[in-house]
Ligand binder design. Structure first.
Ligand code: GLV
Length: 328
C-alpha cells in the first residue's frame, strides 16, 4: 500500500524528520526561508497531511488548494495563530500543536530576559565591546532588583505558571491576569493573586506576556496600556509580537515611560533592519528563540510528526486544538 503524501514546510529536527519519512511519502521544503504563499499552495495540492511552522499562514484557501484528501494540519508550535483553526474545523480537519514540552524551556528564557533587562546585562556587554568600560564607578549601569519585586503575568496558562514558579524562587510577589484561568492553583502558587489588568499594570515592576494572540489580545499593549504601567516598569514578551503595538512600545521606551523591555517576538518577524526599535538601548530583542533548546526542539519535531502521522492514518491526534472535529 502506498504511503500517505505529506508536505513539511521546512526541515525539522532529525528525530521528527525520521518518523515522517518512515511513515509518509514526504516533500520537505528545502529552503532556509519559508515557502511563499504560491509555493505553499502548489506543494499542498492533493496531500493527505501538512506539517507547518509558525511562519506559514494556513487559511481556508490553502486548505482548499490541498483538497479533500487533507486529513491533518500539524503545527510545529504551541501557538496556532498562523492557522485559521475555525476554517479547519469547518472542513473537519484536525489541527495539532506541541504543548507542554516547551513550557519550561520558554519560561527559563522569559525569566532570563527579565533578569537581563533588569540588570542591563546586554547593555553592559555592548558597553564592554565598544570600549565604554573606563573604570568601576558607584553609579555605573545601575539597574533594578529582581528579588522581592512584583511580577505581573498576563495569561496564566502553562508557561505563565512556570514563570511564576521561577519567580517565587526570587521572592517575587506574583499578580496574574487571565480571565480564562482555573481558580484552583497548585500549592506552590497559592500566593499568586488574580487581579484585573489595570491593577496589574499599576502595581507590577515587571509585566510578562504569556497569552495567545487572538483578536482580543491583538495590540493589548498599546499607548493606553503603557500609560497605566508603573513608571520604571519592565515589559517582557515571549508570546507573540502582535500583542504589543510596536509604535506604542517605541514611544513608551523612548520617553522612558517604562524603563526597559525585553522581547523575543516582534511584529513583523523578522524585524526590518530599519525598525526604530533597533535604536533603543533600553530594549533587548532576541529572534523568537524562547523554545530553542536542542532537547525541546527535538521533542517539538517528534510531537509534530506524531500528530501528522496520527492524522494521515485516520487516528485521533495526540494533541489537537479543535477536538470538536471528532464529535461528528
Ligand atoms: C513558539 O512560539 C510556539 O508557539 O511554539
Amino acid at each position: 500500500m502506498s504511503k500517505p503524501r505529506v508536505f513539511v514546510t521546512r526541515k525539522i529536527l532529525e528525530a521528527g524528520l525520521r518518523l515522517v519519512l518512515e511513515h509518509c511519502e514526504a516533500i520537505i521544503w528545502p529552503g532556509e526561508l519559508p515557502p511563499s504563499r504560491q509555493e505553499l499552495i502548489d506543494h499542498v495540492r492533493g496531500v493527505d497531511g501538512l506539517l507547518s511552522l509558525l511562519t506559514d499562514p494556513i487559511d481556508g484557501e490553502v486548505m482548499d488548494a490541498a483538497g479533500s484528501n487533507l486529513k491533518v494540519i500539524s503545527n510545529h508550535a504551541v501557538g496556532v495563530d498562523n492557522i485559521d483553526v475555525s476554517a479547519a474545523t469547518q472542513r473537519g480537519i484536525p489541527v495539532g500543536n506541541t504543548p507542554d514540552i516547551l513550557t519550561d524551556t520558554t519560561a527559563d528564557f522569559a525569566f532570563g530576559l527579565l533578569i537581563a533587562a533588569a540588570r542591563r546585562i546586554v547593555e553592559g556587554h555592548r558597553c564592554v565591546q565598544t570600549g565604554g568600560w573606563k573604570t568601576w564607578a558607584p553609579d555605573f549601569m545601575l539597574g533594578v532588583d529582581v528579588y522581592g519585586a512584583t511580577l505581573g503575568i498576563v495569561g496564566f496558562g502553562r508557561i505563565g505558571k512556570a514563570l511564576a514558579r521561577r519567580a517565587s524562587g526570587f521572592d517575587m510577589r506574583i499578580l496574574y491576569h487571565d480571565p480564562s484561568s482555573d481558580h484552583e492553583l497548585p500549592a506552590e502558587l497559592s500566593a499568586a493573586r488574580s487581579v484585573d489588568l489595570e491593577t496589574m499594570l499599576q502595581e507590577s515592576d515587571f509585566v510578562s506576556i504569556h497569552t495567545p494572540l487572538t483578536k482580543d489580545t491583538y495590540h493589548l499593549f498599546n499607548e493606553t496600556t503603557f500609560q497605566k504601567m508603573k513608571p520604571g516598569a519592565i515589559l517582557i514578551n515571549t508570546a507573540r509580537g502582535a500583542i504589543v503595538d510596536p509604535s506604542a512600545l517605541y514611544q513608551a521606551l523612548k520617553s522612558k515611560q517604562i524603563a526597559a523591555a525585553a522581547i523575543d517576538v516582534t511584529d513583523p518577524e523578522p524585524l526590518p533592519m530599519d525598525s526604530p526599535l533597533l535604536e533603543l538601548d533600553n530594549l533587548i530583542i532576541t529572534p523568537h528563540i524562547a523554545s530553542a533548546s536542542l532537547a525541546t526542539r527535538a521533542k517539538m519535531a517528534t510531537m509534530a510528526a506524531e500528530n501528522l502521522i496520527a492524522g494521515v492514518t485516520g487516528k485521533r491526534l495526540p494533541y489537537c486544538v479543535n477536538p470538536e472535529v471528532y464529535q461528528v
